[in-house]
Design a protein around this ligand. Structure first.
Ligand SMILES: [Cu+2]
Length: 460
């Protein structure tokens, strides 16, 4: 114990007097985690990063060969401080097919380190730089064809803490948006190769946070407690799109505009994050619930994947937010149940029950989940549960009709009354069969199978 204190004292004295202290190995983290604040003086720091190409999940049933910094998309979060001397080691895994390099926007020097770090498979490169400017910076691969290396997942964030650090908060998270361009359409199953044509037209099939659809939802949501201050380090890897970053149900108390440290905007709803840029957003969470992280170019969010969740636990504060205090059906004269046209053309027909369930899960996620929730639990008093629903399990034909024609008026589900309106779902017989078979197979339901022929018959 005494010896430790003595050692710390010596180290402090040495660094204070300008003696070269032992270099520090930087702690790197995978998204959504961020290395802890540094609380130290500037010094010599060693960063070791490995490029690796690997097959991974892009969406349910969809796989993609990602090119990564550190084995995940986005790349590892690097945290250094203003005035550090960074010795950067880039290693390219022997199994890689491509050479890679790194352009760190935090570097002052040609290519941001790109030329110095060009590394063939099975090799390592070393270069050094001084962190002259504090801020939150993107890094990315800059090996030709640059667009393709970025499109395949080669980007991440490096934070250069200003001297003295950023103001203290309770939770810090790493969120990075990016797009993927695949040969097949959104949702098309299998291993999807990169599509250069789609990348050139800048119309992606997927727009995601942290590398895949659903990387930050459900039990992978980030969390905080009522009363805590939350900080998101948000980056945009592009390669093409600009993000309108927004958190549904929050207002950013502070935005470090474009990831700089000088211009701090306050009370912001949506902040623009350029491709190859960043922002730091701080906010205090006041009430419990699930906040939804989105790109407010909203079709990207609800149809292409850029949706994340921040779950807040804690006590209600009815003064800040009352929740629903009134709930009545509003059906003015002449109005009928509306229908939602999803415009989705499905071509692949299920041949087995397992396939029906798998396809049905996707239909559920894009057509039912918003109301009935991902675990089928519904929302008390508003959307009835599908999980263990006596209403559902008692009568298959009635369940089919609810989906094909909509449902309104008083119903009772598991002893609780509901009096809402479910819009008719404009789905094909095949899709209705799939989604109901999925629902029946999930959450303790009766495991009945619904076929397209039964749907067709029930429509009459
Ligand atoms: Cu690369």
């Amino acid at each position: 114990m005494k010896k430790n204190i003595f050692l710390i004292l010596i180290t402090v004295l040495f660094s204070a007097s300008g003696f070269a202290a032992k270099p520090i190995e930087a702690v790197l983290t995978d998204a959504p985690n961020v290395p802890p604040p540094l609380n130290r003086r500037p010094g010599k720091v060693i960063v070791r990063l490995e490029t690796k190409e690997l097959l991974g999940r892009l969406a349910d049933g969809v796989q993609y060969t990602f090119w990564t910094f550190g084995g995940q998309v986005p790349g590892k979060f690097i945290r250094v401080m203003e005035g550090d001397e960074v010795e950067f080691h880039l290693s390219n895994h022997p199994s890689s097919k491509m050479p890679h390099n790194i352009d760190l926007h935090a570097v002052t020097g040609p290519g941001g380190g790109a030329e110095a770090s060009f590394t063939a498979p099975g090799k390592s490169s070393v270069f050094s730089f001084k962190t002259l400017n504090p801020g939150l910076y993107v890094y990315h691969c800059a090996t030709a064809p640059v667009g393709m290396h970025i499109a395949n997942g080669m980007y991440g964030l490096i934070l250069v803490e200003p001297k003295g650090g950023l103001p203290k908060v309770d939770k810090e998270y790493y969120v990075m948006q990016s797009e993927f361009y695949t040969k097949g359409k959104n949702g098309q199953a299998g291993i999807q190769p990169f599509s250069m044509e789609k990348a050139l037209t800048e119309i992606p099939d997927y727009v995601v946070f942290n590398g895949s659809v659903g990387a930050m939802t459900g039990d992978k949501a980030i969390t905080a407690k009522v009363g805590e201050k939350v900080r998101l380090f948000v980056g945009n890897g592009g390669p093409n799109l600009v993000s309108s970053f927004h958190v549904i149900g929050e207002i950013f108390d502070k935005v470090y505009v474009e990831g700089g440290t000088k211009t701090i905007n306050e009370n912001v709803q949506t902040t623009l994050i350029p491709a190859g840029g960043s922002a730091i957003v701080d906010f205090k969470v006041e009430v419990p619930g699930t906040l939804i992280l989105v790109d407010h170019s909203i079709f990207r969010t609800f149809n292409k994947g850029s949706l994340g969740m921040l779950k807040i636990a804690g006590e209600e504060n009815k003064e800040v937010y009352s929740g629903k205090t009134g709930d009545e059906v509003y059906l003015p004269e002449g109005s009928a149940i509306q229908s939602i046209d999803t415009g989705k053309a499905k071509v692949v027909l299920a041949t087995t029950t397992a396939e029906r369930i798998a396809f049905g899960k996707r239909t559920f996620e894009s057509n039912c989940m918003a109301c009935h929730q991902s675990d089928g639990s519904g929302i008390a008093g508003v959307f009835p549960p599908l999980a263990k629903s006596d209403f559902l399990n008692a009568d298959k034909k009635r369940a089919i009709r609810a989906v094909t024609s909509g449902l309104s008026g008083k119903i009772s589900v598991n002893g609780k009354e509901y009096n809402g309106v479910m819009p008719a779902q404009n789905l094909s017989d095949e899709d209705v069969a799939n989604v109901l078979t999925f629902v029946y197979s999930s959450w303790g339901n009766s495991k009945q199978v619904v076929t397209p022929a039964q749907v067709k018959a029930a429509r009459k």
